[in-house]
Design a protein around this ligand. Structure first.
Ligand code: ADP
Length: 406
């Protein structure tokens, strides 16, 4: 690794109206600053900046921030106040989260005009995410044209899936013409967590098979054999698979024809229904697992049924990926629900003793932000809770790539 290029990496996660960021020092992977700009383009934009290196107070500001360019400049200003300005020679690179890299991007990639053009070409399969990610890249490039910008793709970890898992059973000519296949998402998290799980077991990633359950507001499962993804639950878009906060996950595709033909709904209405008004929220009016648990404790039946549907789907995927892998060393729970909701972990593996899966109630009840095993010592398969860290993974991949290229 070069000593001349600096050791800091700025990680940017640019959404349609938000910009999340973290500045890390890769000498020890420590976080120097983190923050978020929300409601970009509105009168009530909000910037929240946490100066972690100095241990100073969180700074919050409200007022109109017109676009991502203005947002990044505001972030740069905040960082300057901490002596961490983006003009510093200590900054080695900027790492960008990019949601859809299609089949083309299998690795983190240094951004140039051709890379931007390819991310643009993928907009039809990621109409919400890729344009926002590109805005972040363009803005950062304009601000520091001399600095390597690295795109880290949510889909990249899943490009190792065999065709048998990646293809839908439709005419391949039609599928190929429209680039329809199962891409999978949350790849950065699945990569990080599967590796961290192997580490927790004290084994090399090449030697372990892991089922990773990333249960946040969006949720996905993956089957990872020896460090390589062989199946994942999200597909062409993040709609497929598990029951999520507001997404339905799997359903009979004919439900869509039915809603259009019989229900008289437009395609846009159905899209909104399935992506934004379904899942836990659609079932019971809440998408936050904490609130759902509170309602269940109070005897609420709709919340109880929503929980049962969520867990039933989760259990089906554990069984499916067990079969895909043949032998399983660990099932790893991660993200907001996976890391915090002990009842979800308990219910997901309940009755699976025959597969070697169980949780130890005491271990499962412990709250911690450390990776840990919550199954009994004698269990054949480890059940693990492994906090995800997508920013660290993006920074690590970015720094490794920049080091390689210098
Ligand atoms: P995102 O997918 O938006 O990145 P997260 O991974 O942060 O989300 O997960 C957010 C979700 O995690 C919340 O909607 C909530 O359901 C769940 N969650 C967060 N904290 C807890 C907790 N203490 N107990 C149960 N669920 C939690």
């Amino acid at each position: 690794m070069t000593g001349t290029r600096g050791t800091r990496v700025l990680v940017l996660n640019s959404g349609s109206s938000s910009l999340k960021y973290q500045l890390l020092d890769m000498r020890d992977s420590s976080r120097l600053a983190a923050g978020l700009v929300e409601r970009i383009g509105e009168q009530t934009s909000r910037l929240k900046h946490t100066p972690l290196a100095s241990g100073g107070d969180v700074r919050e500001a409200e007022g109109p921030i017109a676009d991502h360019d203005a947002a990044l400049k505001a972030v740069a200003q905040e960082l300057s106040r901490d002596g961490l300005g983006l003009d510093s020679p200590d900054l080695a690179a900027i790492g960008h989260r990019v949601v859809h890299g299609g089949m083309f991007f299998t690795e983190p990639t240094v951004v140039d005009d051709a890379v931007i053009a390819e991310i643009e070409r993928l907009i039809p399969v990621a109409p919400l995410h890729n344009p926002a990610n590109l805005t972040g890249i363009r803005t950062a490039r304009a601000l520091r044209p001399d600095l390597p910008q690295v795109a880290v793709f949510d889909t990249a970890f899943h490009t190792t899936m065999p065709e048998s898992a990646a293809r839908y059973a439709i005419d391949p000519r039609i599928a190929d013409r429209h680039r329809i296949r199962r891409y999978g998402f949350h790849g950065t998290s699945h990569a990080y967590v599967s590796r961290a799980t192997a580490e927790l077991l004290g084994r090399a990633p090449e030697d372990v098979n892991v089922i990773v359950l990333h249960l946040g507001n969006g949720a996905s499962a993956s089957a990872v054999r020896g460090g390589r993804c062989v199946d994942t639950s999200m597909g062409l878009t993040p709609l497929e698979g598990l029951v999520m906060g507001t997404r339905s996950g799997d359903l009979d595709p004919a439900v869509i024809f039915h809603l259009a033909r019989v229900g008289g709904m437009s395609m846009d209405e159905i899209d909104t229904l399935l992506n934004k008004r379904s899942g836990l929220f659609g079932l019971c009016g809440d998408n936050d697992m904490r609130e759902i648990r509170r309602r269940i404790d109070g005897g609420d039946e709709a919340a109880s049924l929503a929980f049962d549907i969520y867990v039933h789907r989760l259990k089906k995927y554990i069984g499916a990926y067990y079969a895909v892998l043949g032998t399983v060393d660990a099932v790893a729970f991660t993200a907001g629900v996976g890391e915090n909701a002990a009842p979800v972990r308990e219910a997901a593996v309940a009755g699976l003793e025959g597969l070697g899966l169980a949780v130890d109630p005491e271990r499962n009840a412990v709250r911690s932000d450390r990776p840990r095993i919550v199954s009994p010592d004698a269990a054949r398969v480890a059940v693990a809770v492994v906090p995800t860290d997508e920013e660290l993974e993006i920074a690590t991949q970015t720094y490794a790539l920049v080091g390689k290229n210098t």
